[in-house]
Design a protein around this ligand. Structure first.
Ligand SMILES: Cc1ncc(COP(=O)(O)O)c(C=O)c1O
Length: 328
């Protein structure tokens, strides 16, 4: 079968992920929030869409050939999605990861037949991203069978979210959300969504959610503990015109909202989704006019039992699961 046919088949398995409406307590008042549950995607996260957009582009550029080996720096979810796609396409895949990867993701990558290369040295910005990228560049320079997917700079990363994720949300909600909250790491998801909403629902406020210690769009570098959200380098995709507000979440409040949503609704959110809900609750406290917010929840909680759902892990990083610090 030709690569394009495998890609068409993969596309039929992507989306449409559910939007669920919950009630959360904000300053003692019930407020509605909508959650776009990307953990329901094939491969378990929003990165299935990103991987599809990136690999489809490589195929269009004629780079998916027998004998090639895809390579990417990944905090986990994109790696799992690329490993799945590499199997579809019958090519190899090498994931360059760091110690923040969850054990659940690491096991899944190996189950999917990926070669895993672990970097051990943190970079000067308090994360591992720059170390991972240096390792990828070194490996690509040494062996021309490698094809670097490059989620950090490849324009097809935001483009798939502009073309697919944004329109899917607009088609699912009876009225467009008045505010969208999404986590940033490469910034691809947010940049693509924002371009879509700016064009089709310009009144929607776009709120980017980062984690303390990340420099994905400004901010002070520092040690980070959550995987999937934040970055040690500035995003290549985000510009000020795409962001109405930038919120920084802490690990404790992210863990608190993961647990609160699970307890109150049975929905099992991943760590970055807890950060997004925390930022949303804080924003709602300050903006009573927002009535129909949407939180993009990048993945589900299965991979985070040993981190945000673990009291021992929170204690070890000197945090506790505490709610967003809202005024009032
Ligand atoms: C857990 C998690 N959070 C947030 C994001 C958003 O990241 P990015 O800015 O790279 O699109 C992702 C990936 O899409 C993710 O896997």
């Amino acid at each position: 079968m030709h690569a394009r046919q495998y890609l068409d088949r993969f596309e039929t398995l992507l989306g449409v992920t559910p939007v669920k409406t919950l009630t959360v307590d904000v300053l003692g008042r019930p407020r509605s929030i909508n959650l776009k549950l990307e953990g329901h995607n094939i491969t378990g996260s929003i990165k299935a869409r990103t991987a599809y957009g990136l690999v489809r582009g490589l195929a269009e550029d004629g780079l998916i050939r027998p004998g090639v080996r895809l390579i990417e720096s990944t905090s986990g979810n994109l790696g799992v999605a690329l490993a799945t796609m590499a199997r579809y396409l019958g090519v190899g895949f090498t994931a360059v990861v760091d110690p923040l990867i969850t054990t659940e993701c690491l096991t899944r990558l190996r189950d999917l037949g990926a070669t895993v290369v672990m970097v051990e040295d943190p970079d000067p910005a308090g994360g591992y991203l720059l170390s991972r990228l240096a390792k990828v560049k070194q490996m690509v320079a040494q062996d021309d069978a490698y094809v670097w997917v490059d989620q950090y700079n490849n324009w097809r990363n935001p483009e798939i979210h502009r073309q697919m994720t944004g329109p899917e949300i607009l088609g699912q909600m009876p009225t467009p959300p008045d505010a969208v909250f999404a986590a940033i790491s490469t910034g691809g998801t947010f940049a693509g969504l924002s371009r879509c909403f700016r064009a089709r629902s310009p009144q929607t406020r776009m709120i980017a959610v980062d984690i303390k210690g990340s420099v994905a769009f400004g901010g002070r570098p520092g040690k980070r503990h959550l995987s999937g959200i934040g970055a040690s380098r500035r995003s290549s995709f985000l510009d000020p015109g795409l962001i109405d507000h930038l919120a920084f979440a802490g690990v404790g409040e992210s863990a608190y909202y993961c647990r609160a949503v699970l307890r109150d609704s049975g929905i099992y959110l991943g760590g970055s989704s807890g950060a997004v809900v925390a930022a949303c609750v804080r924003y709602l406290a300050e903006h009573p006019e927002i009535q129909n917010p949407l939180c993009v929840c990048a993945d589900g909680g299965e991979k985070y039992e040993s981190t945000v759902y673990s009291d021992a892990w929170l204690e070890a990083i000197d945090e506790r699961a505490a709610p967003a610090d809202v005024p009032g």
